[in-house]
Design a protein around this ligand. Structure first.
Ligand SMILES: [Zn+2]
Length: 345
């Protein structure tokens, strides 16, 4: 593990007691031993540590989140050149929803021929909304939806582990339950089977992925299939692993994986091979110089032994309206929850 990765691990376990830190250390050593080293990029490592912290110290994790939420604030920093910065510290799911909505509005304006950049539009729209000005564009409520994954037992308060917020990572179960039941929630909770850690799958055979299938693939894979890329799947292209025309690939959940625009382009660049096996969740990448990388999709939840009394299928909390269509995206990096994204391709 390199120095930067090690610092990310240390930051993750810093608030723990010695005993909990030791437990995380042991579990992490097991994980590192069972997976190829190339799949452990610093951001992936940091998330893995967060999951282990959630497992050994769920109560502490919840308490730290509550303390952090107590510190929410708005800050104004005046800078140079008649320019200033306004920052808002919020719960992650609220911040994600705010960003998604403003982003959807900006993209709709761009599609309508707007010349300002997406960055400029997001900034101007945020200011309009705060000032109560008419932003000149409307988007469906679903544009502000974020996905929260809960194992059934965590949703039922029978367990306090395994909950994740898309694009962020593990969150404390009590907070996930608040999101699930929140009256004002436009967040979508996806209940998962604790035995497998996966949401229910469906097979479809049409050329165009249906909205349901798109949603299932996004729920299952959550992120771009390239192991070091954490761009949320709903901002990715859904790509046939076996091309429809050339290789008779079916439009089905098991022949589809999310790739961000950048890695979609990479897949089709001569010299590169990039294969994703949606059933096993494994990605193999070969670069033009012959270097190979292997990664594996982490299950949404850590698989637990099946409990016969539980339903085998996962019920879902349905949204109030049809799923949001993913807007086309530009080459801008994902919202800055994971700023580090090596290797540089
Ligand atoms: Zn990607």
């Amino acid at each position: 593990m390199d120095g930067y990765g090690a610092r990310r691990v240390l930051r993750g376990i810093a608030p723990l007691s010695d005993e909990h830190a030791r437990q995380v250390d042991e579990l992490l050593a097991d994980k590192l031993a069972e997976a190829p080293v190339s799949s452990w990029q610093p951001a992936t490592l940091a998330r893995q540590v967060a999951r282990l912290v959630q497992r050994v110290d769920p109560g502490g994790q919840t308490a730290r989140a509550r303390t952090a939420h107590q510190g929410r604030l708005v800050q104004l920093d005046h800078g140079e050149h008649a320019h200033s910065r306004l920052t808002i510290d919020l719960r992650s799911e609220v911040a994600s929803a705010c960003y998604s909505r403003v982003d959807a509005m900006a993209r709709r304006l761009r599609r309508g021929g707007e010349q300002r950049t997406l960055d400029q539009l997001r900034a101007d729209l945020t200011a309009d909304l705060l000032l109560g000005n008419q932003p000149g564009v409307t988007v469906p409520e679903a544009a502000a939806r974020v996905y929260v994954h809960l194992p059934i037992d965590a949703a039922l308060s029978m367990s306090d582990t395994g909950c994740e917020l898309d694009g962020y990572g593990p969150i404390p179960a009590p907070i996930a339950r608040e999101i699930m039941t929140g009256e004002k929630s436009v967040w979508r909770a996806v209940l998962c089977d604790p035995a497998t850690g996966d949401p229910v799958d469906l097979g479809r055979t049409r050329r165009r992925p249906t909205a349901t299938m798109r949603e299932l693939v996004r729920v299952r894979d959550r992120e771009c299939v390239v192991p070091w890329c954490h761009r949320p799947a709903r901002q990715c292209d859904l790509d046939h692993e076996h091309e429809w025309a050339a290789h008779h690939g079916a439009t089905a959940v098991d022949n589809t994986g999310p790739r961000c625009r950048r890695h979609h382009t990479m897949k089709n660049t001569p010299g590169w091979t990039s294969r994703y096996d949606p059933t096993r969740g494994t990605t193999h990448i070969t670069t033009p110089t012959g270097a190979t990388y292997t990664g594996r999709r982490e299950p949404i939840l850590t698989p637990q032994p099946a409990r016969p009394a539980r339903p085998a299928r996962s019920p879902r909390f349905e949204p109030k309206e049809p799923p949001a269509q993913s807007p086309p995206h530009d080459e801008r990096p994902a919202p800055p929850s994971e700023p580090d994204e090596p290797p540089p391709f």
